[in-house]
Design a binder for this molecule. Structure first.
Ligand SMILES: NC(=O)c1ccc[n+]([C@@H]2O[C@H](COP(=O)([O-])OP(=O)(O)OC[C@H]3O[C@@H](n4cnc5c(N)ncnc54)[C@H](O)[C@@H]3O)[C@@H](O)[C@H]2O)c1
Length: 347
């Protein structure tokens, strides 16, 4: 399997490449970057490491490499200028993303390829990619709250003095300020987290606050996130490559589960061959469900602002009529599993 990373010369892209090299699950990694020398430098250093990691072929390439790529990961992004507003940065990143997406599709992106969006604002860019990439929506995944979830598990593990791998706690919704901690299913290896000795609501609140501010903390301390985001990307790539069907909080087009539609955000998603194989709806606490709906409102507002500038494009996503998806009356929605028709899977 060939993975091309657009932005592979940067902090996030090169870290993802290195994580993939260490895991050895794909066969080729192509680093594409406007700064070709940086991409060459990372590829060269990974060659230096190859006898100690894996035999994956890593090289610096160009958009021409997209034509035979199985998984395209987009990590290219721009950083905030001094005094620049959040919205201005969003507009600049949208413009960069759309021009890259157009280059990627013109380079011959296969219909059977997968697109993993990492650049921020990730949920908005994932939505634009669903509408404009020409790929089935199931094959377009945003990294979403995958990294936030990893951070949350690490923070809880440290505060509770338990191994982070034993902590199971999801962050869903927007990869941004409105992200939602899911306490109702949080556990220490299956045991309710909120009953764990030493757990207090204040401890939980600190773990969540540290999760929300982790990105800003890392920018201040070392320029930005690299290792954790690299591993987070690797987990999504591997789940597709191995068809391992891990349940990951990636960002996908929402079709009505949790009362959310026509935005991309993170819900528990089975990721494997075909990309998003299933989005899972569970009975959340009312405040968790409301949190997801708030994330959707925040994202819809940004998408509306973006689309009022760049215009609207709607892909045919084969969406089921709204009436079939809405919960009736005030009832708590019953668990629904949205499965993807077998014909949409492919290899
Ligand atoms: N979704 C997440 O969880 C998450 C986490 C961390 C960072 N990010 C985002 O990832 C993006 C990259 O962050 P970073 O720290 O690696 O930044 P970076 O500046 O280190 O790397 C960005 C790379 O993009 C390249 N680039 C810019 N324009 C390009 C173009 N037209 N064609 C090809 N390459 C181009 C740059 O040369 C640079 O190497 C940002 O948008 C950041 O916000 C997302």
């Amino acid at each position: 399997m060939k993975v091309s990373i657009v932005g592979g010369g940067g902090l996030v892209g090169s870290s993802a490449a290195y994580s993939l090299q260490c895991s050895g699950k794909v066969s080729q990694i192509c680093l594409i970057d406007a700064n070709h020398e940086a991409a060459q430098g990372h590829a060269y250093e990974m060659l230096n490491a190859s006898s100690l990691t894996s035999d994956i072929r890593v090289f610096a390439g160009s958009m021409a490499d997209i034509a035979d790529t199985d998984i395209v990961v987009i990590t290219a992004g721009l950083r905030r200028k001094p005094d620049e507003s959040r919205l201005d940065l969003i507009h600049r990143n949208v413009d960069l993303f759309l021009s890259l997406l157009s280059e990627v599709t013109k380079a011959g992106l296969r219909k059977s390829a997968y697109l993993i969006v990492v650049s921020n604002p990730v949920d908005v860019l994932t939505y634009l990619a669903v509408q404009r990439s020409g790929l089935p929506w199931q094959r377009v995944l945003g990294l979403g709250t995958q990294l936030d979830t990893a951070r949350f598990r690490g923070n809880l593990g440290q505060l509770l003095n338990v191994p982070p791998s034993q902590v199971h706690a999801l962050i869903l919704g927007e990869h941004g300020d409105s992200m939602v901690p899911i306490w109702s299913s949080a556990s220490i290896n299956g045991l309710p987290l909120t009953q764990w000795p030493g757990y207090t609501p204040a401890l939980g609140a600190k773990a969540f606050e540290d999760t929300k501010t982790a990105g800003a903390t890392l920018i201040k301390l070392k320029g930005g996130s690299s290792m954790a985001v690299g591993h987070s990307i690797r987990e999504v790539v591997e789940s597709i490559a191995d068809d391992s069907r891990r349940i990951l909080p990636v960002s996908t087009l929402q079709l009505g589960l949790y009362g959310v539609r026509d935005v991309c955000l993170s819900v528990p998603t089975i990721v494997g061959c075909g990309g998003c194989r299933q989005q899972i709806q569970l009975n959340l606490l009312p405040k968790e469900q409301q949190g997801l709906q708030q994330s959707a409102r925040v994202l819809r507002e940004i998408i509306d602002q973006v689309e009022s500038r760049i215009g609207r494009v709607r892909a045919d996503t084969g969406i089921v009529p709204e009436a079939n998806l809405r919960p009736r009356g005030n009832a708590v929605p019953t668990p629904i599993q949205r499965s993807i028709p077998r014909s949409a899977w492919g290899k």
